[in-house]
Design a protein around this ligand. Structure first.
Ligand code: NDP
Length: 489
C-alpha cells in the first residue's frame, strides 16, 4: 500500500501516526496517510516562520517570487496526469473533471505569478509641507491554509497563489479525506525551487491538527474553506492569535428559470450545476425555481437526461458521475432525503443507491419536487447530486424565494430577456450570479459569498492584497530643528 508523507521544512517526513485512506469507488483502503499532531504542526509553523524571515525568501524580489510561481504552474501542467489520477483515486471525482480542473490550477499559479510584482504601495498627498508619506505593502506573515476534500488542489491554488505572490509563507492542511493529490503536489513545490519552509503541506484531523494550526501564535493569516460549523470553530481558534481570517463556506445556490428561456440548452447548464462532481461542489445549483408554465416540461427533460448519466468507475474516461467521496457524505444525504420525503417532498427520479453499484459510495442523480423552502432538501446543504425543484409565478416571487436562505454563494438566472437579466442580477443576494450559464470559473474573477457562505473573496487581483498589510512611512524633509515637541504634529 503506498505510504504518503508530510512535507515540512523542505523535507518529506513521517508523522507519529498514520491512517488508511479509502477508495470511494470500492470502499477499500488503498494508501496510508500521515496524521499530523500538535508536534508536527508546531514544526511546520516554526519552519514557515523561519522561512518568512530568511533572506533566501524574504530577500527575493517580487519578480523573482513571480517566476517561481510561474514555474510551479508549468510543473502542475506537466504533472497533471499523475495529480489527476491521485485525486480521482482518493476522492472519487471523475478523471475527466480532475484533469480539466488541474489545467485550471496551473493557470491560477501563473496568474498569481504575474501579479507578484504588481502589488503596489502608494504615495500620499500629505497636508504637511515638510513631510513625505508613503505606504509600503508588506507580506502579512505565516498563513494557515485549510481546505476541504472536494477540490483540494484547486482550493489550495487560490490560497497559495496570492500568499506566495505577496511574500508570505504557508502551512497548508489537506483534509483527512482525499489528501493524496496535495501530498504529491508537495514534490512540485520542491522542484520549482521554493526555499525550504516557504510551503509546508500536512494532513491530519480537524482535532488536533486543524485546531493547533489555526490557533498557533505564529500564524498571522487563516484562509479557510469548509463548512459553516467548522468555520465557527476556526474563528474561535483565531481568538488566540488574532489572525486575519477569510472564510469560503457552503451554499444552497438558487437557479431561476424563466419561461422564455431555451429549456433544452438550460437543462445542460442545470445538470452541470448539480450533477457534475456528483454534486459535491460549494456552488452546486441545488435549488431550482421554474416559472410555472415551463415547470413540467423542464422537469421532464431533466429527469430524462439524469436517467442517462453514466455512473461508474471514476478512472474510466466515459464515466460522467462517480461515487460520493465518503460513506459519511452518503449517510448525510440519505438522512436528509428521508426527512424531506416525510415533510412531503416527492422524488421524481433517483433517490437512492444505483442498481449494480453495491461497492463504493454511489448515489443516483436525484430530482425532488418540494412545496416550499422549509423542506430539508431545499433548506440544508446536501453536497450531493440532489436537485430540489419548485415553481414560481412572478419575477418578484422568484427573487424572494431565491433570497430566502442563510447562504449566498452562487446563483443562476436563465432568461432571454436582457432587461430582466439585469433586474434580477441586481437583487440576488449572492457573491456570484451566472446568467444563461453555470459553474464557470477564472483566476481573474473574485469568488466568495454573502451571509453564511463566507467572508472575503478569493481570486482576482484584489485577493493578493489580503495577504499584505500596509506600513505608513513618514519622512521629514526639513533639516530645521523639530518644532514644539509638546504638540502633536
Ligand atoms: P469541513 O468544514 O468539515 O472541513 C474543512 C477543513 O477544515 C478540513 O481540512 C478539516 O479537516 C478542517 N477542520 C476540521 N475541524 C477543524 C478545526 N477545529 N480547526 C481547523 N480546521 C478544522 O468541511 P468538509 O470537508 O465537509 O467540506 C465540505 C464543506 O466545504 C461544504 O460546506 C462546502 O460547501 C464547503 N466548500 C466551500 C467552498 C467555497 O469556496 N465556498 C468550496 C468547496 C467546499 P478534516 O477533513 O481533517 O476534518
Amino acid at each position: 500500500m503506498p505510504r504518503f508523507q508530510l512535507y515540512i521544512d523542505g523535507a518529506f517526513v513521517d508523522a507519529a501516526e498514520a491512517f488508511e485512506s479509502l477508495d470511494p469507488a470500492t470502499g477499500t483502503a488503498w494508501a496510508l496517510m500521515p496524521a499530523a499532531g500538535e508536534a508536527e504542526i508546531n514544526r511546520a509553523v516554526e519552519a514557515a516562520d523561519r522561512a518568512f524571515h530568511d533572506p533566501a525568501w524574504a530577500g527575493l524580489t517580487a519578480t523573482q517570487r513571480g517566476k517561481l510561481l510561474m514555474k510551479l504552474g508549468d510543473l502542475v501542467a506537466q504533472h497533471a496526469g499523475r495529480l489527476a489520477e491521485l485525486e480521482t483515486r482518493d476522492t472519487g471525482k471523475i478523471i475527466r473533471e480532475t484533469r480539466a480542473q488541474i489545467g485550471y490550477v496551473a493557470d491560477y499559479y501563473r496568474y498569481f505569478g504575474g501579479l507578484a510584482d504588481k502589488i503596489e504601495g502608494a504615495h500620499l498627498p500629505i497636508d504637511k509641507p515638510d513631510m513625505e508619506v508613503f505606504l509600503r505593502r508588506e507580506p502579512i506573515g505565516v498563513v494557515a491554509a485549510i481546505v476541504p476534500w472536494n477540490s483540494q488542489l484547486f482550493l489550495s491554488a487560490v490560497k497559495l497563489g496570492p500568499a506566495l505572490a505577496a511574500g508570505c509563507t504557508v502551512v497548508l492542511k489537506a483534509s483527512e479525506d482525499g489528501p493524496a493529490p496535495l501530498l504529491e503536489f508537495a514534490r512540485l513545490i520542491d522542484a520549482a525551487g521554493f526555499p525550504k519552509g516557504v510551503v509546508n503541506i500536512v494532513t491530519g484531523f480537524g482535532e488536533p491538527a486543524g485546531r493547533a494550526l489555526t490557533s498557533h501564535p505564529k500564524v498571522a493569516r487563516v484562509a479557510f474553506t469548509g463548512g459553516p460549523a467548522t468555520a465557527r470553530q476556526v474563528v474561535r481558534n483565531t481568538a488566540e492569535n488574532l489572525a486575519h481570517v477569510t472564510l469560503e463556506l457552503g451554499g444552497k445556490s438558487p437557479v431561476l428559470v424563466f419561461a422564455d428561456a431555451d429549456l433544452d440548452s438550460v437543462s445542460n447548464a442545470i445538470i452541470a450545476g448539480i450533477f457534475a462532481a456528483t454534486g459535491q461542489s460549494c456552488v452546486a445549483g441545488s435549488r431550482l425555481y421554474v416559472e410555472r408554465p415551463a415547470h413540467d416540461r423542464l422537469v421532464a427533460i431533466l429527469a430524462s437526461k439524469a436517467a442517462k448519466i453514466r455512473i461508474g468507475d471514476p478512472q474510466d474516461e466515459a464515466t460522467e458521475m462517480g461515487p460520493l467521496a465518503t460513506a459519511r457524505q452518503r449517510a448525510h444525504i440519505e438522512d436528509n432525503l428521508a426527512r424531506s420525503v416525510a415533510a412531503g417532498a416527492r422524488v421524481m427520479c433517483g433517490g437512492g443507491r444505483p442498481v449494480g453499484r453495491e461497492a463504493g459510495w454511489f448515489f443516483a442523480p436525484t430530482i425532488v419536487s418540494a412545496a416550499d423552502n422549509t423542506v430539508p432538501c431545499v433548506a440544508e446543504e446536501l453536497f450531493g447530486p440532489v436537485l430540489s425543484v419548485l415553481s414560481f409565478d412572478s419575477e418578484e416571487e422568484a427573487i424572494a424565494l431565491a433570497n430566502d436562505t442563510r447562504f449566498g454563494l452562487a446563483s443562476g438566472v436563465f432568461t432571454t430577456s436582457l432587461t430582466r437579466a439585469h433586474r434580477v442580477t441586481r437583487r440576488l443576494r449572492a457573491g456570484i450570479v451566472w446568467v444563461n450559464t453555470y459553474r464557470a470559473v477564472s483566476p481573474i474573477v473574485p469568488f466568495g459569498g454573502y451571509g453564511q457562505s463566507g467572508l472575503g473573496r478569493e481570486g482576482g487581483s484584489e485577493s493578493v492584497r489580503d495577504y499584505t498589510r500596509t506600513k505608513s512611512v513618514w519622512i521629514r524633509t526639513s533639516d530645521d530643528p523639530v518644532p514644539d515637541p509638546f504638540v502633536m504634529r
